[in-house]
Design a protein around this ligand. Structure first.
Ligand code: FES
Length: 360
């Protein structure tokens, strides 16, 4: 039988190797041993820590049409509590009753936690998520979501900012504009859309600072805004924040690429075009099908042709919703969220030649 070592006999040597001559060290050692003893007799165990609950519940408290094809929903905690904190540019991941998941930017006043506001444009020929959002949720209904998450921050050090907005792209930008105004940043905005009627929250945008906002309605000009119209007055050092249709994003990106290091921040509402894609075969092991994925389409797009309920959300490789298990084949991993060797984000990743077999 061994006798437990006492605090005093186990105290450390001093700097010169002499036991017991360093009083401060001895006291600290004693405190450490004492706390260790208390921890060992406590009932706390790491395994008792509950995992963070990721799915949250909110109640729809307001529903309004803010453009002929855009509905805005106000969401609040069912018990009147505060919702999780957020910063402008953040979005939530809504879990629809059908099992679809869709991301919507928070577009209420920056950081507001008594309620959130999201806005959804109805897309007739999309994946059905926006139609479900429009048709399903009424005041008093419960909505499940995850987040908020933010991949589109307004930089803390910005001094000269241009916001470029296309239609529903106003949702992440509107709180950013308010924040820029609060911070005293020199900012301007151009908001383009097919007509005033189809530009959600136009009054809110303009009333923030009418002298800083340019409104471009296609029906008044008889044409779309060109990239020169959108970037008028933006110098190489101007931080451009853009959100809108793919064509607008790509044009602005190409124009900003002409200046080395010109600051550009953007958020897409639709998937990016497939770049450097090779055709490949996708074998769905469970349904025993082989799909041909052409060079210019994603595996997810082809899967959706066959099964419109295939899971996805961001379609840009960062949310992880479309991740599937890979049973055979080499994957060219292109996602921005972690993909294991035996996993594949079918919205962006492709086969490294030949065929990939997935558990789907
Ligand atoms: S849908 Fe989000 S990572 Fe594929």
């Amino acid at each position: 039988m061994t006798t437990p070592e006492s605090i005093w006999s186990s105290r450390p040597a001093d700097l010169y190797g002499r036991p017991g001559h360093d009083r401060l060290g001895t006291v600290l050692w004693g405190i450490r041993v004492l706390l260790g003893g208390l921890a060992s007799v406590s009932r706390w165990e790491p395994s008792r820590v509950q995992p963070v609950r990721r799915t949250l519940t909110a109640v729809v408290t307001k529903r309004e049409l803010v453009a002929p094809d855009v509905v805005a929903l106000t969401l609040a905690d069912a018990d009147g509590g505060l919702l999780p904190s957020w910063t402008p540019g953040a979005h939530i991941d809504v879990q629809l009753p059908s099992g679809r998941r869709r991301q919507y930017s928070l577009c209420g006043p920056p950081g507001r936690r008594m309620d959130y506001r999201i806005a959804i444009r109805r897309i007739a020929d999309g994946g059905g998520g926006s139609i479900e959002m429009h048709d399903v949720y009424r005041v008093g209904d419960t909505l499940l979501f995850e987040g908020p998450r933010n991949a589109f921050h307004l930089g803390a050090a910005e001094r000269d900012v241009l916001f470029v907005i296309g239609g529903i792209g106003v949702t992440p930008i509107l709180p950013m504009m308010r924040l820029a105004q609060q911070r005293g940043i020199k900012w301007r905005a151009i908001y383009s859309g097919r007509s005033h009627e189809y530009m959600p929250f136009l009054d809110e945008v303009v009333s923030l600072a009418p002298e800083r906002v340019t409104v471009w309605a296609d029906d008044e000009h008889g044409r779309f805004a060109t990239v020169d119209d959108l970037l008028a007055g933006a110098g190489p050092a101007t931080a451009v924040y853009v959100c809108g249709p793919t064509g607008m994003l790509d044009a602005v990106r190409a124009a900003r690429d002409e200046h080395a290091d010109a600051p550009l921040h953007y958020e897409r509402f639709s998937p990016p075009p497939v770049v450097d894609g090779d055709p490949f075969e996708l074998e769905l092991a469970r349904s025993n099908r082989v799909l041909s994925v052409p060079a210019n389409r994603s595996a997810l797009d082809v899967m959706l042709d066959h099964d419109p309920m295939s899971a996805y959300s961001c379609r840009q490789g960062f949310c992880g919703t479309c991740k599937v298990k890979v049973l055979a084949g080499q994957v060219d991993h292109r996602g921005r969220t972690a993909e294991g060797d035996d996993e594949m984000l079918v919205c962006v990743s492709r086969a490294n030649g030949g065929r990939v077999v997935i558990d789907a």
